[in-house]
Ligand binder design. Sequence first.
Ligand SMILES: C[S@@+](CC[C@H](N)C(=O)[O-])C[C@H]1O[C@@H](n2cnc3c(N)ncnc32)[C@H](O)[C@@H]1O
Length: 221
Amino acid sequence: MNAPALAAVYEKVWRPTVFYLATGRTTDADRRFAVDSLQLHRTHRVLDIACGPGNFTHYLSAQVPADGYVTGIDFSPPMLARARADNAGPRAGYVRGDARYLPFADGTFDAVCCFGALYLIPDPLVAAREMVRVLAPGGRVAITTSHRPDNPIGQITRRAAAVSGLRMFDGQTFPDLFAAAGLVDIEQRVHRFFQYLTAMRPPTAAAGPDADGPAASGRGV
Ligand SMILES: C[S@@+](CC[C@H](N)C(=O)[O-])C[C@H]1O[C@@H](n2cnc3c(N)ncnc32)[C@H](O)[C@@H]1O
């Protein structure tokens, strides 16, 4: 994922092909999933973790309200170079960083997503907890990541993926992690070898007048 050649073809060729084989879904369908599950029409500060070349970041930035802002974070310089070249915009920006140690304060974002990356990250559960940490009360989280069925085929896919350094997750790990972190409205769908999860951090009394939804604050970070 750190090779300039892959970054150059990722958005137009690699992503549509590889993810269609793995999920049976198009990039457009995945973008609609992101918009709907994150409720972007009422979301102002969005974090796209492991944003790659910004292929979701820029699209999502067109769906947020006029004073909204979407921050993409990735640790690959070639991916970020492509993001800045191909997917810049008035409501989209990029920072370099590690999903396991997000450089943001607790509760900074109204929506946090991580698509197609947790199976690449060395400590995926640390990264998932970081997503929750930076999520504001009333905010929504969405992930897509690998999934292996609980049967012999799942064992085969797990071993095959491990050869190329990828993890295949079971269907419990992330729902359990989100539930343990206090998230609610946890929904999970499986598409071929991928799982799609959404959840919400409950509004708190301390959140004040915005307790029924994400806080409507400024342009993010
Ligand atoms: C397959 S791409 C996903 C890009 C985009 N989110 C999508 O769904 O098309 C995976 C991305 O994860 C990034 N990545 C892997 N480990 C990371 C980490 N620990 N912190 C931040 N980004 C990471 C890679 O650099 C790569 O850009």
